[in-house]
Structure formats: structure tokens, C-alpha cells
Design a protein around this ligand. Structure first.
Ligand SMILES: [Zn+2]
Length: 111
């Protein structure tokens, strides 16, 4: 397994996680939440190729992919990825700051 980690906010009450630092649990309402590092292994749940950036900013490298990935704890996160990904692909992502978006690290072999 890879060593990359993703920082989530997780609930001590019900065990669910949240991609955003809300300070409370979106599932059960408990304020007993704290940052936790989980494995960066994630599965692509949905995937879109962006040919034109929404902002109209032409400085981006186009096209690029935006994937919604499952990281466990009931959490899905948006991450910018290479366009050759497919739905169901296992990838590794990393996030060390709760307020920052996760970064794509590499593709993982599904076997
Ligand atoms: Zn909870």
C-alpha cells in the first residue's frame, strides 16, 4: 500500500467522516469531531473531462479530469485527475490540510 494520507474530519459519535471541516458531524450533529488521517487509496465514483475551465481562465492545461472519489468513512471528494482515468479506477490521493483540496498522486492497480 502507498503511504499517502488524506486528512478528514471524523466523528467520534457515529464514525462518519466529512471532507469539510464543519466543526460538527453532518450525519448525527455531534460536535465530537476531530481531524483524522485515513488512507489515500480512493475509488473513482464519477468522472468528468473539462475542456474549458468554468472561470474562462485559459492558463490551465486542458483538458483535465475532475473525479468524485470515495475515500471511505462515507466521504466523497472532488479531485483534479488525468483524463485517462475511468470510473471504478483505484487511485491514490493526498491531503495534509483540512482546508485544501486533495491532490492526485497516482493510479493504483486494481488487482
Ligand atoms: Zn456523527
Amino acid at each position: 500500500m502507498g503511504g499517502c494520507r488524506v486528512l478528514l474530519e471524523t466523528c467520534a459519535q457515529c464514525g462518519s467522516g466529512d471532507a469539510l471541516p464543519r466543526g460538527f458531524c453532518a450525519k448525527c450533529g455531534s460536535s465530537n469531531v476531530s481531524p483524522r488521517e485515513v488512507s489515500g487509496a480512493a475509488v473513482v465514483w464519477s468522472f468528468t473531462v473539462v475542456h474549458r475551465p468554468p472561470s474562462g481562465d485559459c492558463s490551465e492545461d486542458l483538458p483535465y479530469g475532475i473525479a468524485l472519489v470515495d475515500v471511505g468513512y462515507g466521504v466523497r471528494m472532488m479531485v483534479r485527475v488525468p483524463v485517462e482515468l475511468t470510473i471504478g479506477q483505484q487511485i491514490e490521493i493526498e491531503r495534509t490540510d483540512l482546508n485544501a483540496p486533495p491532490k492526485f498522486v497516482r493510479m493504483l492497480h486494481s488487482d
